[in-house]
Ligand binder design. Structure first.
Ligand code: GLC
Length: 445
């Protein structure tokens, strides 16, 4: 077993950490303006104008079976779909609102179809649910709200009742966790109770756990699905820490106790979560794969986002990015699934990242820059039984221990300190035809 113990939490995180790689899906009305999922508030779009999207939402090519197949082919083991994002629009048939997909030309419960399709592919199911709601009449206007600069914003807030909104959320979460079978992840987003208050509008306040009535909300969720993994973004600590849009430098720790925690980085292919037609900062295949490896090499999961377009499909750029993962994962996933951060005694050589199987028996060396001729790994001499490339199981020869190093002529090399525990892997001169090659070291007992 892995020597790492993480902080104990109520949800079932075992399948989750073994899976390592999931698909985030941001989809809603904002896929129509196609200029970021925050478009309503960024552009302070009026209700009337935003209503156009509701009226014309017609994802005629939505086929979540295709999404599920694409996720699976990319090597992803679970998915998290925005059942409701900050705009307040529901992709499910909720009895507590009319602002839902069944009342648009889409005409059906899109969450239901997603659940069925992903489950059929053997993927675990997650629901994202926005705590923020820029449509609900009881959600008080604050500094993030589209109506924040309206002249009558203060008056508009009159009569808005956060208690009612909190109840609305409990009702909807209850629906989501009652009507769709077993749900594995519940991803709330997000709290901002310490957000700066605009000087000219001191009555505005950010929102956090007390506003959401987070204790009751989470109790409601757990009573229905006790095993479920819940993130920390209600401001109430649960199972999952979620660093967003950056790569942590070390395993994420609990702030007070210093314990290691279960964490999941969420990232995008380009600079938006929702479908963005004109955004062009798409990450290269190599960077995407590195982000996955970096994450697992620090004991985390990667939730990589796709923003389907308004017809309900992944566009060619998203498909290409997923295909890059698929191509690499189809031959290298052994270094990702059921793997974690390598034991501290194993040090990654320059330009490499290590992962280790959770049973501790195999060490994986990911070659970010392909070295010339030999790979020197201090600390591993005498500990390796067999070595091979993962993508084709072809043997990688190695020497270690003074005698072998002498016989191989390595003792005569300047600038190489030949300690007894040096392992020297003999690499082919030409980099194998995979974006990032991985060497598997079978460790001696
Ligand atoms: C942010 C954004 C949001 C996105 C989320 C994903 O909190 O508000 O648009 O859904 O990050 O982590």
């Amino acid at each position: 077993m892995s020597s790492y113990v993480t902080r104990k939490t109520p949800g079932d995180t075992e399948w989750f950490t073994a899976s390592r790689f999931g698909m985030f899906i941001h989809w809603g009305l904002y896929s129509m303006p196609a200029r970021h999922e925050w478009v309503k508030t960024r552009e302070k779009i009026s209700e009337e104008k935003y209503e156009q999207y509701f009226k014309h939402f017609n994802p005629d090519q939505y086929d979540p079976k295709e999404w599920a197949k694409a996720a699976k082919a990319a090597g992803m083991k679970y998915a998290v779909l925005t059942t409701k994002h900050h705009e307040g629009f529901c992709l499910f048939d909720s009895q507590y609102t009319d602002y839902k997909c069944t009342n648009t030309p889409a005409g059906r419960d899109l969450v239901k179809e997603y659940v069925d399709a992903f489950r059929a592919e053997g993927l675990h199911i997650g629901f994202y649910y926005s705590l923020i709601d820029w449509h609900h009449p009881d959600f008080p206007i604050d500094m993030l709200h589209p109506r924040r600069d309206d002249e009558n914003a203060y008056e508009l807030n009159h009569g808005r009742d956060m208690r009612k909104y909190a109840e609305y959320m409990r009702n909807q979460v209850t629906e989501l966790l009652t009507n769709y079978g077993k749900i594995d992840v519940l991803w709330f987003d997000f709290s901002y109770s310490r957000h700066e208050v605009p000087k000219d509008k001191p009555w505005m306040k950010g929102k956090g756990k007390d506003d959401w009535e987070a204790e009751k909300l989470i109790a409601a969720a757990r009573s229905l699905q006790p095993h479920i993994i819940i993130d920390n973004r209600t401001e109430l600590e649960q199972d999952l820490w979620t660093p967003e849009q950056y790569q942590p430098m070390e395993w994420v720790r609990h702030q007070e106790t210093g314990e290691l925690v279960t964490w999941e980085a969420c990232q995008t292919f380009s600079g938006s979560w929702g479908y963005h037609r004109d955004e062009a900062t798409w990450k290269s295949p190599e960077l995407l794969i590195r982000m996955l490896i970096n994450t697992v090499s620090l004991g985390g999961n990667l939730l990589m986002n796709v923003g389907p377009n308004a017809r309900g499909v992944f566009d060619s750029r998203a498909k290409a990015a997923l295909a890059a993962y698929g191509e690499w994962m189809s031959v290298n996933s052994r270094s990702i699934y059921n793997c974690t951060m390598a034991e501290p005694k194993f040090k990654a050589p320059q330009d490499c990242r290590l992962t280790q199987s959770m049973d501790g028996k195999r060490l994986y060396v990911h070659l970010y820059a392909y070295p010339f001729g030999k790979l020197f790994m201090p600390g591993l001499g005498g500990r390796v039984e067999y070595a091979q490339f993962v993508h084709d199981n072809s043997e990688v020869l190695f020497v270690s221990g003074h005698g072998e190093l002498v016989n191989a002529g390595i003792h005569m090399k300047e600038g190489v300190s030949q300690t007894e525990d040096l392992l020297v892997l003999d690499l082919p001169p030409v980099k194998p035809n995979v974006l990032i090659p991985v060497i598997e070291l079978f460790l001696k007992d």
